[in-house]
Design a protein around this ligand. Structure first.
Ligand SMILES: Cc1ncc(COP(=O)(O)O)c(C=O)c1O
Length: 367
């Protein structure tokens, strides 16, 4: 059996230790005589799995007691609708910082549903090469909350600070963050946020699960016409079991949380590894004559490293040779082209070293 290095943006690499554990527990979960996939979500065994996963996530992120953790479904895309439904009950307008394709999808959904959404700041003028500074964020008078995308998975543009949403009258509104592609990559001050959401298929586990972390004073702001399954309050009160949850993805997420705690040593240790991995790849790109990345250094994503080759005619050969060398999924998103190496938590440092060696060799031969 050979496991190649997988640089996919999502669904993404999972830790080998987690997959081995899932394999060992597949047919007979810890002597219960059935697999986790076959369990009732209301059984004592499954509820213990679900509660342990939440407890470990709370410990990893030091989530304060006044926050609820929801394990829901529908992808991060469903949250583009669920967030305004949950937070616009008292009226007002959703405000956004636009930093790329995922922010724009969230803005488009808010406009589609409620006709209005305010772009409080945008990276568009910089061709998405720089995140707007705090001083550039101008909320509307009626802003109900400020939404931003911590890490733009396609553009490779990441915030290097946590913004604040302050209205012209000085009132600070709740901060909502799409953290799909950067959650758990390092320590986080959860208390700065009203809502954090993340699709699981990057740093959390397999697709099919979305984690939402919501401050409990925001549970009573929902619109009356909200589809009931979107409701944070109902999910919180029902232990995320309003309907059948994504049981196996939730279990695997729990194994990833255990791996982060026990094998990695927590998020400060993960942070240091991620800084090293991304640092050496950007250094190699910057030193080369063939590869380039145009993002402002402070806003370069540690999770998704896009780069282009000076001659795009070399792209096809680069990808084919990379695949032959066991370096998978380096093709950039279809909307932007070029290359993208996603370096999520489960991508080992050895994968980055192998990629850098391959890139140098390719440049020597073709550059
Ligand atoms: C930052 C970000 N937001 C939202 C999404 C959409 O996630 P999903 O496909 O789970 O709906 C993605 C998917 O890659 C993403 O990277």
């Amino acid at each position: 059996m050979t496991r190649h290095f997988n640089f996919c943006a999502g669904p993404a690499a999972l830790p080998a230790a987690v997959l081995e554990r899932a394999r060992d527990e597949m047919l007979d979960y810890r002597g219960h005589g059935l697999s986790v996939m076959e369990m009732s979500h209301r059984s004592a065994e499954y509820v213990a799995i679900a509660e342990k996963a939440e407890a470990d996530l709370r410990e990893l992120l030091a989530i304060p007691a006044n926050y609820r953790v929801l394990f829901t479904q529908g992808g991060a895309t469903q949250q583009f609708a669920a967030v305004p439904y949950n937070l616009l009950g008292a009226g007002g307008t959703a405000n956004f910082v636009d930093t790329g394709i995922w922010s724009r999808k969230a803005i488009a959904e808010a406009r589609h549903l409620f006709g209005d959404a305010r772009v409080a700041a945008s990276s568009e003028a910089s061709s998405n090469a720089r995140v707007p500074a705090q001083e550039e964020i101008e909320l509307s008078r009626d802003a109900a909350y400020l939404h931003y995308t911590a890490n733009e998975t396609i553009g490779g543009l990441a915030f290097d600070y946590i913004p604040r949403g302050v209205r012209p009258d000085g009132v600070e509104v709740p901060l909502v963050c799409d953290m799909s592609s950067s959650i758990l990559s390092g320590p986080l001050d959860v208390s700065r946020f009203g809502v954090i959401y993340a699709g699981a298929q990057k740093n959390i586990g397999p697709a099919g699960l979305v984690v939402v972390i919501v401050r409990d004073d925001l549970l009573d702001r929902a619109r009356a016409d909200m589809p009931s399954l979107f409701g944070y309050k109902a999910l919180a009160e029902g232990g995320s079991m309003v309907n059948t949850p994504a049981t196996y993805s939730w279990y695997l997420a729990g194994l990833v949380f255990e791996w982060l705690k026990q094998d990695i040593g927590g998020l400060a240790a993960m942070d240091a590894i991620n800084a090293r991995k991304a640092g050496k790849l950007y250094a190699a790109i910057d030193a080369s004559g063939l590869y380039s990345n145009s993002i402002a250094p402070a806003n370069r994503s540690r999770m998704n490293v896009p780069f282009v080759l000076a001659d795009p005619r070399l792209d096809k050969g680069f990808l084919a040779e990379a695949e032959q060398a066991g370096l998978l999924n380096l093709k950039g998103h279809r909307s932007v082209g070029g290359m993208r190496a996603s370096l999520y938590n489960a991508v080992p440092e050895a994968a980055v070293d192998a990629l850098i060696d391959f890139m140098a060799d390719f440049e020597n031969r073709k550059g």
